[in-house]
Ligand binder design. Structure first.
Ligand code: PHE
Length: 356
């Protein structure tokens, strides 16, 4: 009674085990593939191979199998276990590779977002702003812009303008000389000479540009700075025209309530010569620290063109007269923007320049 039923029971269990193995073999690839993440894959693996796993449950039935059949069935169970383990490792590698890929391809930020910082856009230097404004005023009054070289002949910078060689006035404008005997122009008055040599009156020019003097730099001196020259030549040009043009200029630059005054002064290329002041734009003439309590601020030199200059340039001084003036752009910019030190204009510190 013990033999056959026992052996048939053992055969039943054997076929149960084989059926279970067949089911698992059919299922596990799809179950692993359905796991998208490492934790869910490990969970699935534990359901199959863990202590309470399905394969482990099958293995437990082995004890009930007839001893002579155990080895063969045990090998089939182990073979499936090896397959499952290999499939687990393969799927794990796939999931890890996909994760690395996703990390590598991830954008550090969203490229489609609008930018937070606009690229900073520059603007004109304060010297250029003031120069353009002054040139603009004279252009509207009918003056044409005249350009000219910064490396100049001594003749055009000094001699034809009435500075004889070794004239003391050349000390005021101590020059940079080249080894070939040229100099860096010390003022824009060289343009008067160049215009008179090349044009026939009547004409009216405005000539902005850089000039150079051998000064030690400090708060009020730089070896390079900017001037604007203006001059007009025609028959019967008088001091009244000079005064009228400069008054109109000052009113357009500083407002209609501005007044100017002329103080006699000396420049070799004008007669009479003058220095021109505007009534202090800060205290309106009452006296303050900027105008040093005088109520006036000097802004330019001017005068009637000297007959000798006309003669040097081939223009008949009996027929023609003219006026000329020259102003420093830095000085007007410093007054306009309340800049205490000239050097700030050349240091190119963006914290300074951004304010204009
Ligand atoms: N060139 C003179 C200077 O640099 C200024 C000036 C120009 C004076 C024209 C009179 C007429 O100081």
């Amino acid at each position: 009674m013990a033999g056959p039923p026992q052996s048939s029971n053992s055969e039943n269990i054997e076929s149960n085990i084989d059926a279970g193995l067949a089911t698992l073999r059919a299922q596990f690839p799809a179950r692993f593939n359905a796991a998208e993440s490492e934790p869910s894959l490990r969970e699935e693996n534990a359901k199959l191979l863990g202590k309470k796993g399905e394969l482990t449950a099958i293995l437990k039935q082995l004890g009930a199998v007839a001893p002579e059949a155990r080895k063969a069935i045990g090998e089939r169970v182990n073979a499936l276990k090896t397959e499952v383990e290999a499939a687990f490792q393969k799927r794990l590698a796939t999931i890890e590779a996909a994760k690395r890929d996703a990390e590598l391809n991830a954008r550090p930020f969203d490229l489609t977002l609008p930018g937070r910082l606009a690229a900073p856009i520059g603007h004109a230097h304060p010297i250029s702003i003031v120069r353009d404004e002054i040139v603009d005023i004279f252009a509207r009054l009918g003056f044409q812009v005249h350009d000219g070289p910064e490396i100049e002949l001594e003749d055009y910078n000094f001699t034809k303008l009435g500075f004889p060689p070794d004239h003391p006035a050349t000390d005021m404008q101590d020059s940079f000389w080249t080894t070939s005997g040229h100099l860096l122009r010390t003022h824009t008055s060289n343009i008067q000479v160049r215009a008179m040599l090349s044009q026939k009156p009547p004409f009216a020019f405005i000539a902005p540009g850089a000039v150079y003097r051998r000064d030690d730099e400090d708060a009020t001196h730089l070896p390079m700075f900017h001037q604007i020259e203006g001059f007009m030549v025609n028959e019967r040009v008088t001091f009244a025209e000079l005064r009228g043009v400069l008054t109109e200029f000052a009113e357009r630059l500083y407002g209609r309530d501005t007044t100017i005054r002329f103080r006699p002064s000396y420049f070799p290329f004008v007669e009479p010569g003058a220095e021109v002041d505007v009534r202090c734009v800060f205290c309106k003439g009452g006296g303050c620290s900027i105008c040093k309590q005088t109520g006036w601020i000097e802004i330019l030199g001017a005068g009637m063109i000297h007959p000798a200059v006309f003669e040097h340039c081939g223009i008949d001084p009996e027929k023609y007269t003219g006026f000329a003036f020259g102003m420093g752009v830095e000085r007007i910019a410093m007054l306009r923007y309340d800049i205490p030190d000239l050097r700030m204009l050349v240091e190119n510190d963006p914290r300074f320049l951004v304010q204009f």
